[in-house]
Design a protein around this ligand. Structure first.
Ligand SMILES: CSCCC(=O)C(=O)COP(=O)(O)O
Ligand SMILES: [Zn+2]
Length: 226
């Protein structure tokens, strides 16, 4: 499969889907200060040869313009004639596609994912258990414990990308970058969005529950708080 052999109609459908998701995430304020990037694969997956659409680097992602996305190959090289630059973090997307064969990868910076990644950064993973949204990862076992990997946030993106295979857990469709943000993926855009929303719910839950634990005295045997 070459990039040219993928139908224009399919490419346009992917761009339309990405555009809607970008607007939905922008409405949640998930792209502060031009942060974040979104991508979706076009055509079939072959670890040696695949293509995806990705957000252009440094744009205000709350706006919708004709210059928001471009297409790259498995190495992050641009495969169309354009003056746009792909996301500075394209190589992380490439590695996630290569390792998982997924169909979409979404990355956002939020206060909750940043605080939680920092809090658990030294441990290398965020533990979570007893939160219903864990089922969004298709984990249905009762009270299942999960562990969301946290990678260091090197300025040199290839150094982050090369660590991705070491921390991938096939049950957990996401990786945090410490003090930076989350990457979540899925077999298609619907699933990647579902996973991203579940991660963000979990981070917000953990943030509030840790604060509450430290600020409210525990309940005594007589049911009162001392
Ligand atoms: C302004 S945030 C720093 C870059 C970043 O982390 C990000 O997600 C956005 O980079 P891009 O090149 O995709 O615009
Ligand atoms: Zn980022």
């Amino acid at each position: 499969m070459t990039f040219a052999s993928i139908s224009l109609e399919h490419k346009q459908q992917v761009l339309d889907e990405l555009r809607v998701i970008k607007q939905q995430f922008a409405a949640k304020n998930w792209f502060p200060g031009t942060s974040g990037n979104l991508s979706m694969r076009v055509g079939d997956f072959d670890p040696e040869k695949f293509y995806f659409a990705i957000t252009a680097s440094g744009k205000d992602k709350s706006l919708s313009t004709p210059e928001d996305f471009l297409f790259v190959d498995r190495s992050g090289l641009v495969v169309e004639t354009t003056s746009l630059k792909p996301s500075a973090e394209t190589l992380i997307h490439c590695e996630i596609y290569r390792m998982t064969g997924c169909g979409a990868v979404f990355h956002v910076h939020t206060v909750f994912n940043n605080v939680i990644s920092e809090w658990f950064g030294d441990q290398g993973a965020v533990p979570a258990q007893g939160i219903e949204l864990i089922k969004a990862f298709n984990i249905w076992e009762e009270n299942a414990p999960v562990s969301i990997p946290v990678l260091p946030n090197f300025a040199h993106i290839p150094s982050i990308a090369e660590l991705v295979p070491d921390v991938l857990d096939e049950r957990i469709p996401g990786i945090l970058l410490r003090g930076h943000g989350i990457y979540a993926w899925g077999k298609n855009a619907f699933e990647a969005k579902k996973h991203l929303e579940a991660f963000e719910f979990i981070f917000e839950y953990l943030y509030h529950s840790m604060l509450l634990k430290n600020s409210v005295p525990p309940v005594n045997a007589d049911g009162r708080r001392s």
